[in-house]
Write a protein that binds this ligand. Structure first.
Ligand code: FO1
Length: 318
């Protein structure tokens, strides 16, 4: 059974540091929400299972997120990592804070005791006082991998953090996704929700891995009239992060039209920034007659703006 009221009214597909702002805006004024989190950025590090997107949501909604970085625990210390660095035996490119480390130790131990990721996420989010369902898109492990121009394959985290996203890319793919199923709660909450919001996360590394789970696109297509996508781009540029780079690597036009096309099979409602109204209405709208376009201020660079975008979504679509 899902936690909270039944059914949750709004479910957000979320991943990465951009999504949490909208999730926080909705949570803070409209508690009855659920979150489906990307899991393809999960990875094993020092023998620990790390789920950055799930943790960003748990920390973000419980007011424990380091808001400057957009990830990790606020005011965390790095004693463990610094000592690791001083020993010089293992890689230390992934910045694990001491409090954050607790989450990964607990999660890894619970996984080893036989619990699945949905159960563990539920235990952690309850401990952080969150009364809403935070649901991994899948309980199975699969991962976003990058194929570089010089034919190296590496995990997204290694590409983005160790190599700072600077190596030219040939492709991005979701390793092992064919073996993966949506988590039980994920399918259930999509069915029950009145509104599904696609957060302004990276289409390739945050939302794409959810959409590409076998069976997921047809579920989303069925619910396309109750789905609304919030654009990750403004004026053809990513609000933050490497969206354009990853879109190019997937041969998707790295601009508004590319994003509209990417999401056009699974939603009929898209929200863009006001500054893009003229371009979309004059050049793109007629190509996608099935899409309803909405325009508002979508930059969430402070808490007030997170709330006001959330309020706009609730007032237009609920
Ligand atoms: N992002 C960074 O750019 N550098 C880091 O060292 C880093 C550490 C880290 C630790 C825990 C965590 O939950 C997230 C962390 N992130 C870091 C963010 C993470 O790489 C991305 O936000 C997501 O994976 C994007 O989906």
């Amino acid at each position: 059974m899902l936690k909270g009221k039944h059914p949750p009214l709004i479910t957000i597909l979320s991943g990465g540091t951009g999504s949490v702002k909208l999730v926080r805006g909705l949570y803070n004024q409209f508690k009855d929400i659920g979150v489906i989190s990307n899991v393809a950025d999960n990875f094993w590090h020092y023998g620990l299972y790390i789920c950055p997107d799930i943790d960003t949501i748990i920390y973000g909604l419980s007011n424990n997120l380091d808001k400057n970085k957009g990830w990790g625990f606020k005011k965390d210390t790095f004693n463990f990592l610094n000592h690791m660095k001083s020993l010089g035996i293992m890689d230390t490119w992934f910045n694990l804070g001491d409090k954050d480390l607790t989450t990964h130790v607990i999660r890894t131990n619970l996984l080893k005791s036989g619990k699945n990721l949905s159960e563990i996420t539920n235990i952690l989010s309850q401990k952080y006082g969150l009364p809403i369902p935070i649901i991994p898109a899948s309980d199975d492990h699969y991962e976003t991998n990058m194929l570089t121009n010089d034919n190296r394959i590496m995990h997204l985290q290694e590409y983005w953090i160790k190599y700072r996203g600077l190596i030219p890319l040939k492709d991005v793919f979701y390793k092992d996704i064919k073996k993966v199923k949506p988590s039980f709660k994920c399918s259930q909450i999509l069915e029950e929700s009145k509104l599904i919001v696609i957060a302004p996360g990276n289409p390739i590394s945050s939302i794409g891995p959810i959409m590409e789970i076998p069976g997921m696109k047809s579920i989303l297509h069925k619910f396309r009239n109750k789905i609304v996508m919030v654009s990750p781009l403004i004026s053809n540029k990513a609000i933050s992060g490497p969206s354009e780079n990853y879109l190019k690597a997937k041969n998707i036009q790295p601009d508004l039209k590319g994003v509209i096309n990417f999401y056009s099979k699974i939603t009929t409602n898209m929200i863009f920034d006001k500054v893009d109204k003229i371009e979309i209405e004059e050049k793109i709208k007629s190509i996608y007659p099935q899409i309803n376009f909405y325009f508002t201020d979508i930059i969430m660079n402070n808490f007030k703006k997170e709330l006001s975008l959330a309020r706009y979504i609730v007032s237009e679509f609920y």
